[in-house]
Design a protein around this ligand. Structure first.
Ligand code: PRP
Ligand code: MN
Ligand code: MG
Length: 182
């Protein structure tokens, strides 16, 4: 038992479950973009592990880029303030774009990202989200590919952090409440 595992109250999705779902998403995306080379934009930091696994389950050529934004800082609830910390490098005008995000909580980050990407005039824009918390939405943002819908609990691991920690857990788990509630 490693040190981080003691901070987890339950495992929501283990490595095997995550990889199985990602293979399904990869197949779906590969079938939908047969005559295209989409640009897959991973949203840093949380999306880095999902993007890395997802692109390896896709069998058509893709290009990879990153957009770094932050809305949470070290808190567990969304501030609603989104900042761009690293911009995309590829010219996505006229391209098919797929945004890859780890989680939709309030939806404010993804809504901002979609607006921002549309400003670059891609020919299409789809979004692939590993986790969705429908009960936490504060905006009616939509997405196209989704891994799992989950309850409104604070989850960490597989890229998702609390105060920058736990991103390297290979599974997705629920963080013990006493660690973030005072
Ligand atoms: C988290 C998460 C999503 C966003 C979801 O990122 O990775 O990007 O919040 O929350 P929302 O739907 O309420 O906007 P965070 O801002 O913590 O940055 P990080 O990815 O660097 O951890
Ligand atoms: Mn994020
Ligand atoms: Mg975060």
């Amino acid at each position: 038992m490693n040190q981080m595992n003691c901070d987890i109250s339950a495992v929501l999705f283990d490595e095997y479950q995550i990889q199985t779902r990602i293979r399904e998403l990869g197949l779906e995306i590969s079938n939908s973009y047969k005559n295209s080379t989409p640009v897959m934009i991973g949203i840093l930091k949380g999306g880095f592990i999902f993007l890395a696994d997802l692109v390896r389950s896709i069998t058509i050529p893709v290009e990879v880029d990153f957009l770094a934004i932050s809305s949470y800082g070290t808190k567990t609830s969304s501030s609603g303030v989104v900042k761009i910390r690293k911009d995309i490098d590829i010219d996505i005008t006229g391209r098919d774009v797929i945004v890859v995000e780890d989680i939709v909580d309030t939806g404010l980050s993804l809504a901002y990202i979609k607006d921002y990407i549309w400003q670059h005039k891609p020919s299409s824009l789809k979004t692939c989200v590993l986790l969705d918390k429908p009960d936490a939405h504060k905006t009616d943002v939509t997405f196209d590919y989704i891994g799992y819908s989950i309850k409104n609990e604070f989850v960490v691991g597989y890229g998702l952090d609390f105060a920058e920690k736990y991103r390297n857990l290979p599974f997705i788990g629920i963080l013990k409440e006493e660690l973030y509630k005072c």
